[in-house]
Design a protein around this ligand. Structure first.
Ligand SMILES: NC(=O)c1ccc[n+]([C@@H]2O[C@H](COP(=O)([O-])OP(=O)(O)OC[C@H]3O[C@@H](n4cnc5c(N)ncnc54)[C@H](OP(=O)(O)O)[C@@H]3O)[C@@H](O)[C@H]2O)c1
Length: 301
């Protein structure tokens, strides 16, 4: 790696994003240096900038999903040089995706299966981690799900295993009636993968006494009820209660992709490198993207 690299900075909370130069990165034990070939954009990136939450260290570099080439390893690293890896970023500048190189913790990264492109591999970390945390760690929900999802993607969703699809454009109030038609009783486990204030209220109301609700955005419903258990799932690998679980997930991820249990999201590759991130986060914020993950290649000009 050269002495400096291009990066997209957020210099303080709520600042505009600006392109600049970051210094070269020093590796610690168990860390790998990755030349980033693909980085996925996520809704959380514009939310961190607009809402000023989750990130405390500024100037910040954002981006949660990394895929690339391992170009150096830390002293007691087990990683193989020149392997291709993908992995979860951390909310510190050196470990984030919107730059040309970043560090990853070996425990939170995996080899890219040969059938996947860098771009496909970069669709996994953030979304998979949030789902995994919510289903198996925070609320220990079951993965035998009925889904309330957009009808527009019905065929794709069924091919991925969705058993029932309720068009999300129906009134939230009528979802209860539809669910009772499908499952015949109260709902014990809900993963609200949208978690806007109105879906939180609807899912909380739907929950049976004794039920569990996992949310993926800051909570707007009571968390102190003895009747209904609500958890805020954060796909943040380095939190003390997440580390073991995330390491376990990464140890099995390559095999799960190879056997077809985990499939990459559909992608739209956006040319133009770091310079096009801001306009494409705007597309996410404006709800102009549906059914695909936007991918940039940080070294594109
Ligand atoms: N806590 C965490 O660690 C974590 C991690 C990742 C994501 N998140 C959060 O989780 C949410 C989803 O993230 P994502 O990456 O999956 O976003 P995404 O790729 O933009 O997908 C959002 C999906 O939700 C659908 N949707 C939007 N509003 C809905 C509603 N009212 N009812 C049902 N479906 C609705 C969209 O449908 P259309 O395509 O039809 O618009 C789209 O398919 C975001 O709020 C994100 O910030 C949290």
């Amino acid at each position: 790696m050269q002495n400096t690299q291009n990066a997209l900075f957020l210099n303080h909370k709520h600042a505009d994003f600006t392109l600049g130069l970051a210094l070269s990165l020093k590796l610690g034990d168990g860390e790998i240096l990755v030349k980033i070939r693909a980085a996925a954009l996520n809704p959380v990136d514009w939310k961190i900038q607009k809402w000023g939450f989750l990130v405390e260290e500024y100037p910040a570099v954002l981006g949660s999903d990394v895929a690339g080439d391992v170009v150096a390893v830390g002293t007691v690293s087990l990683g193989l040089l020149l392997e291709t890896d993908f992995g979860s970023s951390l909310p510190y500048p050196d470990y984030s995706a919107f730059q040309e190189y970043c560090k990853l913790k070996e425990d939170f990264s995996a080899k890219i299966p040969s059938a996947l492109s860098y771009e496909q591999a970069s669709t996994f970390p953030c979304a998979l981690l949030a789902a995994y945390q919510g289903l198996y760690n925070d609320a220990s929900l079951l993965s035998n799900y009925h889904h309330c999802l957009p009808q527009t993607h019905a065929e794709k969703l069924k091919s991925l295993g969705a058993t029932h699809i309720i068009d999300r454009t129906i009134l939230l109030d009528s979802i209860h009636t539809r669910l009772v038609e499908i499952i015949g009783s109260g709902v014990k486990y809900i993963f609200d993968a949208v978690s806007e204030p109105e879906t939180q209220k609807a899912t909380y109301d739907l929950l049976s006494p004794g039920g569990k609700l996992a949310l993926v955005l800051p909570v707007h419903v009571p968390m102190d009820s003895e009747e209904k258990i609500v958890s805020f799932t954060i796909g943040y690998p380095d939190a003390a209660h997440n580390r073991v679980c995330v390491k376990t997930m990464y140890s099995g991820i390559e095999a799960l992709i190879e056997e077809g249990t985990l499939k990459p999201s559909n992608i739209e590759i956006v040319p133009g490198g770091l310079g096009v991130i801001v306009e494409n986060l705007q597309r996410l914020e404006n709800n102009q993207v549906s059914g695909v993950k936007l991918i940039i290649r940080p070294s594109d000009n």
